[in-house]
Design a protein around this ligand. Structure first.
Ligand SMILES: [Cu+2]
Length: 128
């Protein structure tokens, strides 16, 4: 008898709580289109062979950020690395191809010559 009286108010409470949770999760459901894309992020570190100065860093950061799917770019000519956060539909190879189109070389993708010629003079280096 005592147990029944304890259990009953509890179960009514828990039903109300569960109903509340269900209602709030339904209300939270509508999310903006594309949010699934930006929620999951992959990170790749690419070694770039011919970055020589801060302008190289800036060129790569500015141009790589415009590539669809790229979310953030860090470039450091001193270490020769470019760290890219991107959505999982992009591969590291895609990123290396984009870097070569900007005028810089990776081990597998030599720089596009015309793009390299268009770089500021301080950034042009023979060892592509
Ligand atoms: Cu430079």
């Amino acid at each position: 008898m005592i147990i029944k009286m304890l259990v009953r108010p509890l179960s009514i409470c828990s039903i109300v709580i569960l109903w509340g949770l269900a209602a709030s999760s339904l209300m939270a459901k509508p999310t903006p289109a594309g949010s699934a894309d930006t929620a999951v992020v992959a990170t790749d570190t690419v070694h770039v062979l011919n970055m020589v100065c801060g302008s190289c860093d800036n060129t790569i950061k500015t141009k790589l950020r415009k590539v669809a799917g790229v979310q953030s770019v860090q470039a450091d000519h001193e270490t020769g690395t470019v760290i890219v956060e991107h959505n999982p539909s992009l591969t590291k190879d895609d990123i290396e191809k984009s870097i070569s189109k900007i005028g810089y070389s990776t081990k597998t993708h030599p720089a596009n010559k015309a793009a390299h010629e268009g770089l500021p003079s301080c950034c042009k280096k023979e060892n592509q």
